[in-house]
Design a binder for this molecule. Structure first.
Ligand code: HEC
Ligand code: HEC
Ligand code: HEC
Length: 138
């Protein structure tokens, strides 16, 4: 009778095994700088921004990848359903955190410029806060 319980657990073990591999693979930070993506169809006013994981290695992954627990393999900030508003058309939309620009600039330690500004104010080593030093990718 025992095999009745064993048989259904085999696929479970196999899927847990592959899930574990996926999570392990997803948790490697890229060594080379990545160019941050924009939502599909967004009309950009500025050059794009390069991001180095290496220079931010002191931070926990979920400082920025704040949905990691819910979504272990989605890292793109402007994925569908995330900060995916590319071309806001009202002042409400322009202020929304769904407008991808705000995800990177908001006055919060989670955002690029928010963290850099806060650290600078505290007199600590910080990243750039000037437009030109971040928007470098022509
Ligand atoms: C300071 C913020 C920050 C931290 C900390 C951070 N990341 Fe990222 N990561 C980003 C940004 C921004 C992107 C680009 C996302 C996009 O294009 O929308 C990214 C992209 C990625 C990608 C996709 C790379 C690609 O090829 O597009 C992976 C994988 C990743 N991060 C893993 C990690 C892991 C693992 C850690 C922790 C060891 C980590 N990240 C820490 C901000 C961060
Ligand atoms: C929670 C804080 C924090 C967040 C969030 C953060 N940074 Fe930084 N960043 C730093 C610190 C601290 C340094 C300085 C590291 C050093 O001097 O060693 C830095 C350095 C940098 C540098 C300079 C790297 C160099 O070559 O010297 C750039 C460019 C940069 N960050 C871009 C970004 C971008 C783009 C994002 C968002 C995707 C981001 N940072 C998010 C804290 C942060
Ligand atoms: C710490 C890095 C950082 C700084 C400093 C910064 N930005 Fe950004 N900005 C980003 C990131 C990351 C994005 C999202 C990815 C992209 O658009 O390339 C972004 C997006 C934008 C966007 C929306 C995309 C577009 O091109 O239309 C605008 C507009 C913008 N920034 C303007 C500015 C201006 C103006 C300044 C200076 C007052 C500035 N940024 C300073 C990182 C930064």
């Amino acid at each position: 009778m025992q095999h009745r319980y064993l048989i259904p657990s085999v696929p479970l073990i196999i899927s847990l095994f592959f899930a574990a591999i996926c999570i392990a693979a997803a948790q490697e930070a890229p060594q080379e700088p990545v160019v941050i993506g924009a939502p599909v169809g967004a009309k950009l006013k500025k050059p794009k921004v390069e991001f180095s994981h290496d220079k931010h290695a002191a931070l926990q992954c979920d400082t920025c990848h704040h949905m990691l627990k819910q979504n272990p393999d989605i890292y793109s900030c402007s994925s569908k359903g995330c900060h995916d508003l590319g071309n806001p058309t009202s002042s409400k939309e322009r202020k929304s955190i769904l407008y991808f620009r705000n995800a990177f600039h908001a006055n919060s330690k989670v955002s690029c410029n928010g963290c850099h500004k806060a650290l600078k104010k505290e007199g600590k080593p910080a990243g750039p806060t000037s437009c030109k030093k971040c928007h470098t990718v022509k």
